[in-house]
Design a protein around this ligand. Structure first.
Ligand SMILES: NC(=O)c1ccc[n+]([C@@H]2O[C@H](COP(=O)([O-])OP(=O)(O)OC[C@H]3O[C@@H](n4cnc5c(N)ncnc54)[C@H](O)[C@@H]3O)[C@@H](O)[C@H]2O)c1
Ligand SMILES: O=C[C@H](O)CS(=O)(=O)O
Length: 479
């Protein structure tokens, strides 16, 4: 399969283009060959999106945008299994998790379809100001223009849709630069939107690397907003290069989960096994740090180890597989080095710690220090640290001891304590009696500190993808 960029409805995959192979992370088989975009394609894609915004999208009524989105959701639902298998092959994501991603993606488009028809403004009480009598003022929300969407490999469909669907709902055009590691689902998605009736040029696709295509997209003067999901180092570069453009950054984290002695231990264990190891920990809100109150630490750890040992490791195409490969062998090697480094400094491997090619076995670490990389940096691998704590004040302090702040989980039956702790955690979101890794696609989602800027969650992405326009009227007296 040879895939090219799609600009104004036309695919660019001529034979003389530079190419990049997309390999199955599990068996290294070639999944696709990418015909890469160059700087001329980038400029043409942005210019075409800019023109399409003015010629087409600005005039498209909300009901039509809603209908296209609704059709796209139906098409995705009809083709769910094909998309799931695509993600298994390009990302190595176990098939049950790939299917979950498609189910969520369909919902994301449906949320956007509903919201497309409900983008409302506000009436301002103009007479609240002295001299404001006989004036009327209201706010309309208007689209921005061209949105540059840059996405990561780990949820190649759902996180792309968290940008594309609200952008269409709001009436923008999009230049979409998916992760070069997982571009096949992105290609199929753009084709699906064509089939759903989205006019050419509204969603242009650029196949290429971050350096060659992502970076010039961020700098292009006809792009009005960059919405990026990915790593902190790239997020930093984008923030610096974006100039006056609006920017949404959804970055990494080392999410904490806090289990108080009165929490439901069994539920916490079962959910945290999933939350720490699903997709080999390559989830931005993966449970990386688990703080357990000392009185229940031994019981929690024993149960956690037992359920982790029961995970099935191997071929991501198999229904029973829980843990497949990481995205690249180099990533598994990097994670293993971080484990070795922690062990050298006194940490203990309770279970796991073995690498076989791109597969790293689910690893539980204890005796860790906050200075170790497996605790303080985003590990983005199936590695979790279980850390005892004495009391509420201490655990809030250590949980907040991070450059990140995306989501946290707190387990307790004491509602007063739950709210007290939630209030003090420096996070974009806190779940009570739920793990940090749980995300519902309609709640505001996005980090504080170096986990990011801005929020997604369709409604909130639409807010960030529209501009307020104030219109005032001076009412004239009857002549
Ligand atoms: N907060 C969230 O919602 C969220 C969700 C998923 C993933 N993530 C984060 O994403 C990271 C993993 O994904 P990844 O490895 O694909 O991330 P990455 O930062 O390496 O790449 C993400 C995208 O950025 C592009 N890119 C790379 N360099 C660029 C540059 N200089 N300019 C513009 N674009 C550039 C890449 O080609 C890719 O499309 C983790 O850090 C994870 O926490 C965050
Ligand atoms: O990887 C981070 C993602 O935001 C997780 S999810 O797709 O939103 O659940």
């Amino acid at each position: 399969m040879r895939l090219g960029s799609i600009i104004n409805g036309q695919e660019r995959n001529e034979k003389n283009r530079e190419t990049l192979e997309v390999k199955n992370p599990y068996n290294q088989e070639i999944v696709a060959e990418l015909a890469l975009a160059n700087i001329t394609d980038l400029d043409e894609a942005v210019t075409n999106s800019f023109e399409t915004f003015h010629s087409t999208m600005k005039k498209m009524p909300a009901h039509q945008r809603g209908d296209i989105l609704r059709k796209a959701a139906d098409l995705l639902e009809e083709n769910a299994e094909d998309f799931a298998q695509t993600i298994v092959l390009e990302a190595g994501k176990p098939v049950k998790y790939s299917r979950d991603e498609i189910t969520r993606s369909v919902q994301v488009i449906r949320f956007a379809a509903e919201l497309a028809k409900n983008i409302t403004g506000e009436v301002i009480p103009m007479d609240a100001a002295i001299g404001g009598e006989n004036r009327m003022g209201f706010i309309k929300r208007i689209p921005l223009g061209v949105v540059g969407a840059i996405t990561p490999f780990n949820f190649p469909l759902n996180l792309s849709l968290h940008k594309i669907a609200p952008a269409i709902a709001a009436g923008n055009t999009i230049v979409f630069k998916p992760a070069e590691k997982t571009p096949v689902s992105a290609y199929k998605l753009v084709k699906l939107f064509q089939q759903a009736g989205l006019p050419d040029g509204v969603l242009n696709l650029l196949m290429g690397t971050g350096e060659e295509v992502g970076s010039p997209l961020v700098e292009h003067e006809k792009v009005h907003k960059i919405t990026f999901t990915g790593s902190l180092p790239v997020g930093r570069k984008i923030r610096e290069a974006a100039g006056f453009k609006k920017v949404t950054l959804e970055l990494g984290s080392n999410s904490p989960n806090i289990i108080f002695e009165d929490g439901n231990i069994q539920r916490a264990v079962t959910e945290l096994v999933k939350g720490a190891f699903a997709f080999s920990g390559q989830v931005c809100i993966s449970a990386q740090r688990i703080y357990v109150q000392k009185s229940i630490y031994g019981r929690f750890l024993e149960q956690f180890i037992m359920e982790t040992k029961a995970l099935t490791i191997g071929d991501p195409t198999k229904e029973e597989t829980d843990i497949g490969p990481m995205i690249k062998v180099e990533e598994a090697e990097r994670a293993k080095l971080w484990i070795d480094d922690a062990v050298k400094n006194g940490a203990k491997i309770e279970v796991g710690g073995n690498r076989n090619g791109a597969i790293l076995s689910p690893t539980i670490m204890t005796n860790v220090e906050h200075t170790m990389k497996i605790v303080s940096e985003e590990v983005f691998a199936p590695i979790v640290s279980v850390i005892p704590f004495d009391n509420e004040d201490e655990v809030i302090r250590v949980a907040n001891d991070s450059i990140y702040g995306l989501q946290a989980g707190v387990f307790t039956k004491d509602i007063d304590r739950a709210i007290r702790v939630a209030d003090q955690l420096e996070m974009g979101g806190v779940w009570i009696n739920e793990i940090s890794t749980y995300r519902q696609d309609n709640h505001p989602y996005g980090g504080v500190k170096q986990s990011g800027i801005g929020k997604e969650g369709i409604k909130y992405a639409i807010e960030d993808m529209t501009e307020m326009k104030f219109i005032g009227i001076k009412l004239m007296p009857k002549e």
